[in-house]
Design a protein around this ligand. Structure first.
Ligand SMILES: Nc1ncnc2c1ncn2[C@@H]1O[C@H](COP(=O)(O)OP(=O)(O)OP(=O)(O)O)[C@@H](O)[C@H]1O
Ligand SMILES: [Mg+2]
Length: 250
C-alpha cells in the first residue's frame, strides 16, 4: 500500500487544527408545514485520534449531524472544516473525492450492495478509486479477518446475519484507512455482547492507526467507553461531565 505517498499528498496543515471542526452549524429541512430546524448554531471540534460518542433521543438530529460532518449534505448555514479546510467551499466532485479518501462511513442501515460479496463490498472504496479487486483483496481480507468474518467473504448480504452485515460495513468504512470514521449506530441491531465486541474492535483498529471516530449510539454503556460523550439536545451539543479525570487515582 502506498502509505508514504498518501501521507505526503494529504499532509496536515502546518497550523494546529482540530481534525474536524463545525462552527455555527444550522440545518433546516423544508417541510409541508414550514421549516424544521434540526441543528441550531452547533459547534464542535474533534482532535485527531479521539473517539467521540454522540448520544441523544431519536429525531434530535444525530444522523443529520454526521451527514454534515462527512459532507454528504450541506448545512443551511455554518461551516465544517477538515484540517482547517472549509469543506463546503469544494464543489460536489471534489467533495466526493474527499469523502472517498478521508472519511469512512458506517451508516445506520448498513447499505451494503446486494449483488456483491462481503469481500467485494468491503473492498468497494478502493474499487471506487480505480484499484483492481486483485490489488484491493488482501486488505479487504485482512479487515474481514480482524473482524472475525473472513469465512463469510464469499457470502452476499442476504446470506449474512445482521451482525455480520454490520461488520462488513465497518470493514468497508476502514478500507481506505480514512482519517475520520463516522459511525451511525454501527451496533444498533446487535445483542449486547456482539455490540460490545464490535465496538471494542472498532476502537482498537482506530487507535492502532490514530484514526478519529465520531460514533452515534443509543447504547450509553458503549458511549461511556469513548473519550468524550456529547449530548445532542435542542439542536446543540452539550458535553457530558465525567465523574473523574482519566487516570486520576481518586
Ligand atoms: N430530508 C429530510 N427532510 C425533512 N426532515 C428530515 C429530513 N431528514 C431528517 N429529517 C427530520 O430531522 C430530524 C432529525 O433526523 P435525524 O435522522 O438526524 O435524527 P436522529 O437523531 O438520527 O434519530 P434516530 O436516533 O431515530 O436515528 C427528524 O425529526 C427527522 O424527521
Ligand atoms: Mg439516526
Amino acid at each position: 500500500m502506498n502509505v508514504e505517498k498518501e501521507a505526503i499528498e494529504h499532509r496536515p496543515s502546518p497550523i494546529d487544527h482540530a481534525l474536524i471542526e463545525a462552527d455555527a452549524l444550522t440545518k433546516r429541512f423544508p417541510t409541508g408545514g414550514g421549516e424544521l430546524e434540526v441543528l441550531r448554531d452547533l459547534s464542535m471540534a474533534v482532535e485527531r485520534g479521539e473517539v467521540v460518542a454522540v448520544v441523544g433521543e431519536s429525531g434530535t438530529g444525530k444522523s443529520t449531524l454526521l451527514h454534515l460532518l462527512g459532507a454528504l449534505d450541506r448545512p443551511t448555514s455554518g461551516t465544517v472544516r477538515f484540517r482547517g479546510e472549509d469543506l463546503f467551499e469544494k464543489d460536489d466532485e471534489a467533495l466526493a473525492s474527499f469523502r472517498n479518501r478521508e472519511i469512512g462511513f458506517v451508516f445506520q442501515f448498513h447499505h451494503l450492495l446486494p449483488e456483491f460479496t462481503a469481500l467485494e463490498n468491503a473492498a468497494m472504496p478502493a474499487l471506487i478509486q480505480q484499484q483492481r479487486l486483485r490489488d484491493a483483496r488482501p486488505r479487504a481480507r485482512e479487515l474481514l479477518e480482524a473482524l472475525g468474518i473472513a469465512e463469510r467473504s464469499g457470502h452476499r448480504p442476504s446470506e449474512l446475519s445482521g451482525g455480520e452485515k454490520q461488520r462488513v460495513a465497518l470493514a468497508r468504512a476502514l478500507m481506505n484507512s480514512p482519517a475520520l470514521v463516522l459511525a451511525d449506530e454501527p451496533t444498533g441491531n446487535l445483542d449486547t455482547k456482539t455490540a460490545g465486541a464490535l465496538h471494542d474492535e472498532m476502537v482498537r483498529l482506530s487507535r492502532e492507526r490514530a484514526q478519529t471516530f465520531v460514533l452515534v449510539t443509543h447504547n450509553l454503556t458503549l458511549a461511556e467507553r469513548a473519550d468524550r460523550v456529547l449530548h445532542l439536545e435542542e439542536g446543540r451539543l452539550v458535553e457530558e461531565e465525567r465523574a473523574e479525570a482519566e487516570g486520576a487515582g481518586a
